[in-house]
Each structure stands twice: as C-alpha cells, then as structure tokens.
Design a protein around this ligand. Structure first.
Ligand code: HEM
Length: 166
C-alpha cells in the first residue's frame, strides 16, 4: 500500500482556515510542527476538530490516514536540485529540469505549487524510496508543460530557493 507522504496526502487535508485558526498553537502546513504535535492533533481530530460549525469533523478515512502517517515513517518529500530550462513553443510552453538524483530509487517531478493572476510557481520534488535501494543514481530530465496562451511569469522552487524562469 502507498506510504502516505506529508506534502501529498497529509497537508492537503488541512484547509487554509484550519491553518489560520490553529496558528496560535501549531502550523498545520509545517512538517516539523505537525510532527511535534502529531499525538495532540490526532486526539482533537478524533474528538472535536475541525469544529462541526466550520465543516468538521473529517470523514473517518481521513483520520485513519493521518494516524497511519503518524504511526508510520512520517514520510515527506525533499526539494530537488536541478538545472532548469524554459522553452516557449507555438502551442505549448515547457519547463525542463535536468540533473542526477541524489541516490538510486529516488523519483522526482515538477508540480504547480501556487499561482496568481500574473505568475505561477512550480516546485521540484524528490521522493526517496521507502527503503534504500542499491545501485547508481540515475540522471533525469523532467518536463512540465502548459498551453502557450498562458503568458504569466514562471518561478521554480527547488533546493536552491525560488528562481524566475520567465
Ligand atoms: C493540537 C490540536 C488542536 C488544538 C489544541 C486545537 C484547539 C483549538 C481551539 C482552542 C480553538 C478555538 C480558538 C479559535 O477559534 O481560534 C480551535 C479552533 C479551530 N480549530 Fe482547532 N485545535 C487543534 C487541532 C485542529 C485541527 C487538526 C484542525 C483541522 C483539521 C482544527 C481546526 C480548527 C478550526 C477550523 C477552528 C475554528 C473554529 C471556529 O471558527 O469556530 N484544529 N482549535
């Protein structure tokens, strides 16, 4: 069964309103904060959070998923390292990330992290295998593309910080 990962399966369950209201005690979008408060968060999810007047409680499967993540490896993603290229074609615009994974078995991809009316930010994620595998780290070429009619500025978020490509 797929190992739950914080950025992919846990953080998206917490709404912006959950993060805002709970900011006095814990940042629900911050991995270290959620790990440090995981037992308390689970206890409140099982009793009174999010409050029923604000859309709670969660479906049982979500609570079980949080518990499975908390009781397991508490897996998370890493920001990847790559060289980026930006190519505007006649119909599609392509962002390319090239490099070599840090270890064998690591997977990587580019995904849209946030957008505004004038800009988009992509993030480069690396996911380590659940258990280390032997072998040589592989070179990668990762692409993400979208319609060229979208002319907004483009940023990429990686281990080097956030840089503008266009
Ligand atoms: C460490 C565990 C938690 C504690 C100690 C806690 C405690 C509290 C307290 C004291 C309040 C009332 C203060 C306020 O409205 O700002 C509150 C409100 C709220 N909490 Fe939590 N909470 C916890 C976890 C969570 C979680 C995991 C979620 C969402 C998944 C959540 C969602 C909310 C929301 C949406 C409100 C606002 C309710 C309203 O506006 O009436 N809380 N929480």
């Amino acid at each position: 069964m797929r190992t739950p990962v914080f950025e992919l399966h846990i953080r998206p369950m917490f709404r912006a309103t959950d993060k805002a209201h709970m900011g006095f005690a814990v940042d629900l979008w911050d991995y270290d904060d959620v790990v440090a408060n995981a037992d308390g968060i689970l206890a409140r999810l099982q009793s009174d959070m999010p409050p029923s007047e604000t859309g709670g409680p969660w479906p049982e499967e979500w609570v079980t998923l949080f518990q499975r993540w908390k009781d397991g490896a508490r897996k998370r993603l890493d920001l990847g390292t790559a060289t980026f290229a930006f190519q505007q074609g006649s119909t599609r615009t392509t962002i390319t990330a090239t490099g070599t994974f840090p270890a064998a078995g690591v997977e990587g991809w580019l995904q849209l992290e946030s957008e505004t009316d004038t800009s988009k930010t992509y993030v480069l994620y690396f996911e380590a295998p659940d258990t280390p595998v032997g072998g040589t780290p592989q070179a990668f070429t990762l692409k993400e593309s979208y319609l060229s009619t979208d002319t907004r500025s483009v940023f990429v978020h990686s281990s080097a910080g956030t840089q503008q490509l266009h």
